[in-house]
Write a protein of this length. Structure first.
Length: 212
């Protein structure tokens, strides 16, 4: 009998190794991605049954990585393993198609249970935040303000917020530096941001990048 294939995505190697120790006795760990773009590439190549991913990752955050994979008709189920305790993040992840949301400090107790549940067709939310999830929709509008942006604009926003130059953003996305700059200018206009510093703070506030 073939074992369930799991792909891990986390930019902290010590966390990824800890997840390996938790999961390897019961599941086939097919790979570890250290940023969102590597996650997309590995998921397409390895075709895992489940992806266990962080939300805040370099180059491309977990939520946008999931969205790109959905457009590729990837069949993998997504479980987010994160430090974000704010229920609005969990609600946002579930809205976008995730089937699990586990807090990192509870991973050793909850991750195996989450996998069993989602593989059986259910969903799992860490009990610590599950009770507040019902009221999260009322809080989501401000957090999802950037929904007005396209997927490409969110990619550009994250890369600039990480400190990359227009040339580096262009090389990552396969576009020209001028196009990257134009995207940035439109993003800042749409979001009413006046400086790169405000763009960085916006990205942190909305979980696109981690706090320094």
């Amino acid at each position: 009998m073939n074992r369930i294939k799991v792909l891990i995505a986390d930019d902290h190697r010590i966390v990824a190794d800890g997840l390996r120790n938790i999961l390897e006795s019961e599941y086939d760990l097919v790979g570890i991605a250290e940023d969102g773009r590597a996650l997309v590439d590995l998921a397409i190549k390895l075709e895992p049954d489940v992806i266990v991913a962080d939300i805040s990752m370099p180059s491309l955050n977990g939520l946008d990585a999931m969205e790109l994979l959905q457009k590729q008709n990837t069949r993998a189920k997504f479980i987010f393993l994160t430090m974000h305790k704010d229920v609005t993040y969990a609600a946002k992840a579930i809205r976008k198609g995730a089937v699990g949301y586990v807090l990192k400090h509870s991973a050793s107790e909850e991750l195996l249970r989450a996998l069993q549940l989602v593989l059986g067709g259910g969903k799992f939310i860490s009990p610590e935040i599950a009770d507040g999830l019902q009221n999260a929709d009322q809080q989501i509008s401000e957090l999802e303000e950037h929904k007005m942006l396209t997927t490409r604009q969110r990619e550009v926003l994250q890369l600039f917020a990480e400190g990359k130059s227009a040339k580096e953003v262009a090389a990552t996305l396969g576009i020209s530096a001028r196009t990257a700059e134009n995207h940035k200018a439109r993003i800042m206009t749409q979001l009413r941001l006046r400086s790169t510093s405000e763009l960085v703070q916006y990205a942190i506030r909305h979980g696109l990048i981690a706090s320094p």
